[in-house]
Design a protein around this ligand. Sequence first.
Ligand code: SF4
Length: 911
Amino acid sequence: MALASPSPRASSTLSRTPTVRGEGISAPPGATIRTTCPYCGVGCGVLAAPDGKGGAAIKGDPEHPANFGRLCSKGSALGETLGLDTRLLHPIVDGAYTNWAYALDQVAKRLQAVKAAHGPGAISFYLSGQLLTEDYYVANKLAKGYIGTPHVDTNSRLCMASSVAGHRRAFGADVVPQCYEDLEIADLVVLAGSNAAWCHPVLYQRIQVARGERGMRVINIDPRRTATCEGGDLHLPLRPGTDGILWSGLLVWLSERREIDPGYIEANTRGFAWALRRAHRLAPSLDAIGRATGLDRQAVATFYNWFSATPRVVTCYSQGVNQSAQGTDKVNAIINCHLATGRIGKPGAGALSFTGQPNAMGGREVGGLANMLAAHMGFSDADRDRVRRFWNAPNLAAGEGLKAVQMFDAIADGRIKGLWVMGTNPAVSLPRADAVRDALAKLDLLVVSENVAGNDTVQNAHIRLPAAAWGEKDGTVTNSERRISRQRAFLPLPGSARPDWWMLCEVARRMSYGEGFAFRSAADIFAEHARLSGFENEGGRAFDISGVASLSGDEFNALEPFQWPLRPGGKPVERLFANGGFFTRDGKARFVAIAPPCVASSTSRDWPFVLNTGRVRDQWHTMTRTGLSPRLSTHIAEPYVEVHPDDATRLGLEQGTLAKVTSDHGAAILRVLINRGQQPGTLFGPIHWSGQNSSAGRIGALVQPATDPFSGQPEAKATPVRIAPHPVAAFGFLLSRQPLQPAGLAYWAHAHAPFGHMLNFALDAPRDGWQAWLRAALPNDNYMSLHDDATGTHRAAVLREASLEAVVLVGPSPKLPPPDWLKSLFDQTTLSLGTRRHLLSGMPSDGATDEGPVVCVCFQVGAKRIEKTAAEAGCCSMEGVGRKLGAGTNCGSCIPEIRRILAEKGMVRKP
Ligand code: SF4
C-alpha cells in the first residue's frame, strides 16, 4: 500500500510536547523513574534513567517486591529497544498519512456504519496483555457498555484463560491464592508445564537461590527436557496431554495413604468424593499411570512421596498446562490436590499460576475476556444491572461474547464486519494463522492501534493509529501474584503517538458517548475502575481495590506496588483461602471431577508427530520490541524445530539443515535442531517469528484451532504434524551494515546485529551462476569475491575505504565458518592487509577459536569459550565460570545453559 508523506522516520523529529496529562512526560535529566517491565507476568520493577536523547539506562528496581533488583536478559536489554526507526508515528487512513482529527472521525464513522448496517454484534475488539489496565478498561467500557457488542477478547485467551476458568470453578473467582515469597519458603516447588528458566526467569532465579540456600526440591513436569530442568531434582517427561492423569493419580495416592486433610476438606470444600471417584477411574494404579503418561513408575512414586511428605509445596503452572484443549481440567486436577491437603493460601503452600504477559491479570480485572463484564463481574442479571447503573451504559451487552478463536471464525464467515486490534498481532499468534490473515482481509473495517509501522496485522489495516509505547505511556499493570504496579512514562511522545485510552475516548466522543469517557488521564480511569470494583461489593467479589479509589493525581503517580484485594481502611492481602472464605455462594471451594484426556493431539499416518510450541529465552511474542536488540538476537537468530535424534536419523534430518513442518492448517520452513530433550515423535517450534523477519517461520500457521471447552483457550502444545527435509542447493549468511535482501532466496531469517544486520539464508542454485548472484547481492565497487566450484564455496565482501560493509558466505552445507570473527571485524575502522587477506576464508590467520553459539548475551560469551575456559581453568562451578568470563553474573538468564554445558562435560557439581 503506497503511503503519502510524511515519512515516519522524518517525522520522528516532530514536536514531542505532551498533550495528554501524565503521558509522554520527558523526565528531567538525571532523574530515575520507577516503572515496570513490559514483558512477562513476573512484573519486575525497572529503574529507567533517560539520557535526554530518546534513550534510557535500565536497571532492576531493588525495592520492587517482584524482583528486588533482578532483571532477566529481556528486561536488561530494554534500553536497546527504545528507538523510533520501526515506529508508527502518525495515523494512516486507507494508506495515506493523516492527522488525528480525520483518523478518529473515520474510526467513529465507520464503526457507526457497521453498527447501523449489521448491528453492534458485527463489531469486535481484540485486545492485548500488553495494554495497560486503563486502556483495557476504556476499551471494554466502550464496547460492552456503549456500542453494545460483547465481542471483546484478548490475546490473554491464548495465555492463561484455562487458569482463569480453573480458578473460577474451584474458588468461585479468578483468584491466585499465593504470592512470590512462597516460592522461597516452600520446601518443594513443582513446575508443571513451565519452562520458567526462559519464560519467567526472575522467578526461576528466586527459586534457584532458595534451592541453593535451603535445599528446597524442584520437580519439573514437562514433556521436554528444557533449561528449567537444569535446576531441578526430578524431571517427569510425561506424554503430551496426560497431566490430568498424573495429578489424578496424586489425588488417589494422597487419599489412599490418608495424607489428605479431612478437617480442611469438611470445613471448606465440596465435591471431594466425586472428584476422587473420577480420579480413581483415570489413575487407578501406578502401573496404569505409567502406561498412560509414559513415565517411569518409580519416578511417579517419588513425585507422589515428595508431595505427600512435604507440607510446604507450591505448584506453579503455566502455558504447558493452560494452552491445552483440556487446560481447565488440568488446572483443576492440580488445585484438587492442594485443596485435599489444605495446602492452599498458606506460606509456602499453594497453587500459583505463572501468567505469561505483563498485564494479562489486569485485563482479567477489567473484563477484557469475552465471558467477563467488568471488575470480575460476569453476565448474570445482577452483575449486568450493577455495571449498567455504574456506567450509566446505554447499550450494555446482553451476554458473553465470542472468545478469540471463535471471534476470528466469525470474521472469516462474515458475522463480524468491523474489528479494532490493539497492541497485538493475531495474524502471527493465533492458531491457524494463515486463515486468520485471510479473515482479516475480509473485514469491512480493520482498525489497528500499534507501536510499530509494520507487522503482519497492521499492514492490512484500513486505519492505523500510532499508540504510545512502553516508556511513553502511563498507567498500571498486575502481575502473577495480584500485585498492581505503576508503569510510568519517562520519554516524550514521539510524532503523533498517543495512549490507547485517549484514542478510545476520542472515538467514543465522536460516537456521542462523550459523557462516559471524559477521562483526562490514566489516574482518572484508574479511579473509576477502582470505584467499580468496590461498587455494591460487600465482600462477595474477590477483586476489590476500592481502597485506592480516591487517589489524587500525585498519589496515583506515587502509588507503590500492592496486592489486591485492598478495601478502604484495609491492607493488601498476600495470600487467600488458608482458612477457606472462597467466593462461591456457600463460601466453599469446589473439587472438580476431571474428564479423560481428549484426542486433540492424536497422531495418524498422515500426521505422525505432535508439535509443541513455546517461547525462547531472549525474545518476546512477535519480536517487534525484543527483535530490535542486537544482543538478544545473538542467542537464537532463526526460527527452528527441535527433533529427537532418532527421528532425525530416521527421516534424514541433519543438524542445521532445513525442514518443512506441515499440519492440516499450514506449513513452516525451519532450521533443524537435534535435541535429546525432545521426546521421539514430538517436535518443538518457537512462536516468535513472523512474516517480517522470516520467509516461513510463522509457527502459528501450523497450530490447530481446537480449544478447551470451558476456557476457550487453544491447544497450542500438541498439533498433529509431519516433518520432512526441505532440500536446498546452498546455505549462507550475510552480515551487513545496511539491510540487504538478495533475490531468489529459498529461505531467510533476519536478525539485528550490533553492526547492522544478519541474514541467514538458503537458496537453490541461481540461474545465472554464483558469480552473478553474489555480485548482485553486494552491489558496490569495492568488491572482492572467491569461488570454488569444486566445493561449492562462494564468498564475497564489500569494503568502504578500509572498513567492512558487508560479507556473504555460501556453501553446500550449513557447516560454514562461524560468523563470530567476521562480526568482530565490523568494529574495526581499518582492516589490516592481513585481515583483508583472510576475510573470505571466514577465519582469522591465527586460527582463533570459534566462540560457539552465544550463551551469555550480556557479555557475549559462547558455548565453546565456556567449555574451553572451564577445562583449562578447572572451573567446576557456575561461580568459577562467572569469575573467569563474567558469564551468568549479570541477568542470570544463561545460568541453566552454562550449568548444562558444564554438566555435559562432567565439570560441575549439582547445585
Ligand atoms: Fe521482564 Fe524478565 Fe522480569 Fe519478566 S522476568 S518481567 S521479562 S525482567
